[in-house]
Design a protein around this ligand. Structure first.
Ligand SMILES: Cc1ncc(C[n+]2csc(CCOP(=O)(O)OP(=O)(O)O)c2C)c(N)n1
Ligand SMILES: [Mg+2]
Length: 822
């Protein structure tokens, strides 16, 4: 059924003046005494707020001293890595976390030590003692706990504070006993059991990941909110805007099923310290005067935007209390501008040349800790002596953590090869949680029109009677095979959701998803905005929260719009978490043709180059089904390449595409046709041109070629290729990617080294031209043709008698092209 969002001309064309409602700035006017008198806070809470701010300040001052002077309180240490301190921003962090349970998850930036500590201290306060004990015993096999236990503590909460400070500091110092085994470090540290999720060194990187976390909370109907703690300068980042829009897209109110409705439960907390590094957002790099104004018009609630005085923890607690209610009512997401001037430099090497000393001094006069101390005194909550004891406590705790963390015996570094072990999970899911009919899927599978249509087709691609290849109307095609694997997972794994551009009514790119809309409710299949960064970034956040995502970018070329999300986020969080986080995300991209330069490039080599991504490129229906099933069953991020040339192809190498579910291991190349004189290794749809070339070699030159389809790029088992070369002594490789820097070169150089003794001729490559992809009518000049494969064999491997080549593969011509950069 067509969605009911009729566009009525008379409405669209009517005269109107749009009113953008008011946005509050520093609305909070109460004092600590008021809060206590009105029963919202008590003395103990006020002191806890103070203590938490002081602990954060001491932690940051400790790092500052170590960076600047090489020691803290007599403990020498040379810390080589970064330390972006948040001195002056403590009230913002503590106020934000004061009301949060561990169900609420914070995602931060390069400057998030304070937020980590604030959230951790809140968790330590809120969790029951047995839960705290269990977390510490279980996390990383209790290794952090065993170090912390070397020093005495008063009780479990006191010890938990040691645990938090040590786990974070050991991480900052790159130790195996850090929260992330030292693989994250200062800018990326996190600790999920306390609701502290990844902090991100890419400015604004947490925005769309937090939205993915909120999406997981919504579709899994779990409690809590997600918070993106991002800097004021991240307002200049496209993915941040994409994330804000994604979290508030209209379908969340208008189209999603009633129990899944409302804006996503996410808070964009812009920690406004007024600077990027040296650039000033207000007045220099951005157009706004008040950051909160960017919420205006993003949705009918103006994203609930508000400017909050983050110098005052009580103002932040007040805002959070109100905003959590708004989110619970489904009227999120929320944008908070939290004013939090950083007194410290951007980093310890920062000489603050971009601001005056007078300005910094003005803010020191209103230092949040000093101001809150004044409030405590005014409200007669504690004596000066009691407050001094809190400072002493913070120094003692931070000193203790520092002593343990600098000690290489107690806090060793990882051995190198251990990093390799956490790059991928490699293990498939053992069981998939089933799906409830009517709620998670809309009808029984047998009633699905696509399933019924496929059931009427031949499962074999070749007519057994005539030997002729069947067309896609008659036999199961590549797109049908993909659909079969996907729909199986949709029905058997309730965690799996799918989205991307035009994924629903349009049937997904190239009709792969035809039949999915009738099967899947909105919260499991939806049209995303044209926001490639947010599509991938939200999938990362969703997966971090235990969800599983199948997302799509239509054309491979559009990966450019999601560069950070693919290369830095999707690829890196499994290993930066030391394997604590799993990212079961399958990102489908199609490699085009006929649509010119910006819609036709095969970028498989780019993703294969980035450690941490699995890269798959099936080209037959049989392989597509089995590899998609493996990708969806696995727990690693997979970039799934599909050539648009083969969506309509039927199976010609296997007897049939089995109707039953099956998997094909990722990383195993497949011999498509055996042969003895020569090996042709292909990636993607050049397989079919290799078959034509092999037919001609057989017919015209009496040579039999063994054809191998790589099927996967990462991982890759060289065994079958070396086995083949051992037999044939010769190999040519082909793919549709531009030759320069293509993955063929990686394969070729490895084959050359690993199989050198078996080779009788140089390993030879046939790629596309190093040009832009020209118009459809000229593509034969650009993409490898059957003749080009023969030309390469003739020129470099085995002269073919009587053969006249169609291309010039002479050394002179190739050197000229390289000289010219083409
Ligand atoms: C995408 C990206 N661009 C540039 C940088 C370099 N960089 C690191 S921090 C920073 C300034 C960030 O300012 P803001 O977001 O306000 O956070 P703050 O440092 O003020 O806490 C820059 C430009 C980066 N890490 N990531
Ligand atoms: Mg800033």
């Amino acid at each position: 059924m067509v969605k009911q969002l009729t566009i009525v001309p008379s409405e669209a064309r009517q005269r109107e003046v749009l009113e953008i409602g008011p946005i509050q700035v520093n609305a909070y006017r109460k004092t600590l005494a008021d809060e206590i008198a009105e029963g919202r806070l008590d003395r103990e809470a006020a002191l806890r707020i103070y203590r938490d701010m002081v602990i954060i300040r001491e932690f940051e001052e400790m790092l500052g001293e170590i960076k600047r002077q090489g020691k803290y309180r007599g403990i020498p240490y040379d810390h080589k890595g970064p330390a972006h301190l948040s001195v002056g921003q403590e009230a913002a962090a503590v106020g934000e976390c004061f009301l949060l349970d561990v169900d609420s998850h914070i995602f931060g930036s390069h400057r998030s030590h304070g937020e980590i500590l604030a959230k951790g201290l809140a968790a330590i306060h809120r969790l029951e003692a047995p839960a705290l004990q269990k977390i510490q015993e279980e996390y990383l096999g209790g290794e952090i706990l065993r170090v912390v236990e070397k020093e005495p503590a008063c009780d479990i909460r006191d010890r938990s504070i040691d645990y938090l400070l040590y786990g974070l500091l050991a991480e900052v110092f790159g130790r195996a006993t850090g929260f992330n085994r030292g693989l994250g470090g200062s800018m990326h540290a996190f600790f999920p059991p306390f609701g502290i999720y990844p902090n991100n060194a890419l400015v604004g990187g947490s925005a769309d990941i937090a939205v993915g976390s909120a999406l997981a909370k919504r579709v899994q109907r779990r409690p809590g909110v997600a918070i993106a703690n991002i800097g004021d300068a991240s307002t200049g980042c496209g993915p941040v805007w994409e994330a804000m829009n994604f979290a508030t897209m209209g379908q969340l109110w208008k189209l999603w099923e009633p129990e899944y409705r409302g804006g996503l439960p996410v808070i964009f907390a812009f920690m406004n310290n007024f600077y990027g590094m040296g650039g000033q957002t207000r007045g220099e790099t951005m157009g706004f005067d008040r950051l909160a104004s960017i919420g205006a018009g993003l949705n009918r609630f103006n994203l609930q935007a508000e400017t909050v005085d983050g110098n005052n923890p009580l103002a932040v607690i007040d805002a959070m209390r109100r905003k959590l209610d708004v989110i619970a009512a489904g009227e999120g997401p929320v944008l908070l501008e939290v004013i939090a001037y950083r007194q410290s430099g951007h980093s310890p090497s920062d000489a603050s040349a971009y601001r005056t000393r007078e300005e910094v001094d003005l803010w020191k006069e209103v230092d949040p800790i000093r101001e809150f101390r004044g409030q405590i005194a005014d409200a007669r909550v504690a004596s000066d002596v009691a407050l001094e004891q809190i400072h002493e406590y913070a120094v003692e705790k931070v000193t203790r953590a520092c002593r343990l963390a600098v000690d290489l015996g107690l806090s060793p570094r990882l051995e190198g090869p251990e990093i390799a072990r956490v790059m991928f999970c490699h293990r498939p899911e053992e069981s998939m949680p089933g799906v409830r009919q009517g709620e998670d899927v809309l009808k029984p599978l047998a009633e699905n029109s696509r399933v019924q249509a496929i059931a009427r087709k031949s499962r074999a691609g070749v007519d057994p009677a005539t030997g002729a290849l069947l067309g896609e109307n008659k036999a199961v095609s590549f797109r049908d095979a993909l659909f079969e694997a996907i729909i199986h997972h949709v029905y058997n794994d309730r965690r799996l959701i799918a989205y991307g551009e035009e994924n629903r009514d349009w049937d997904g790119a190239f009709a792969v998803y035809r039949g999915m809309t009738e099967a899947m409710p909105y919260h499991r299949l939806f049209n995303s905005p044209i926001s490639e960064a947010a599509i991938v970034g939200t999938a990362v956040g969703l997966a971090m929260e235990g969800g599983r995502a199948l997302v799509e970018l239509m054309y491979c070329d559009f990966m450019g719009r999601a560069g950070d999300e693919i290369f830095n986020q999707l690829a890196k969080w499994q290993s930066m978490s030391a394997g604590v986080l799993r990212l079961p995300v399958v990102l489908r991209v199609s490699v085009g043709s006929k649509y010119g330069a910006q819609h036709s490039q095969d970028w498989s080599s780019i993703v294969a180059h980035v450690p941490g991504l699995k890269v798959v490129f099936p080209t037959t229906p049989y392989d597509a089904k089995g590899l998609m099933a493996s990708a969806l069953l696995g727990n690693d991020p997979v970039i799934f390449f599909e050539s648009q040339r083969v969506y309509g192809m039927t199976e010609q190498f296997q007897p049939e595409v089995p109707a039953a579910y099956y998997t094909i291991p990722i990383g195993l190349p497949d011999v498509k046709r055996p042969g003895k004189h020569l090996t042709i290794l292909t990636i993607g749809s050049t397989l079919y041109r290799a078959v034509e070339a092999a037919d001609r070699l057989e017919k015209e030159h009496g040579l039999s070629a063994e054809i191998i389809d790589a099927r996967s790029l990462v991982p890759f088992d060289y065994g079958p290729v070396i086995e083949s070369v051992r037999k044939t002594g010769r190999i040519v490789l082909a793919s549709d990617a531009c030759e320069r820097g293509s993955f063929l070169h990686t394969l070729a150089s490895n084959v050359q080294e690993l199989a050198f003794d078996y080779l009788d001729a140089p390993v030879t490559i046939v790629g596309a031209r190093n040009w832009i992809t020209p118009a459809a009518e000229m593509e034969d000049l650009f993409f490898p043709q059957t003749e080009w494969i023969l030309d390469a064999i003739h020129a470099s491997i085995l002269p073919l008698k009587g053969y006249s080549p169609s291309t010039d593969r002479s050394a002179a011509a190739r050197m000229r092209d390289h000289r010219e950069g083409v």
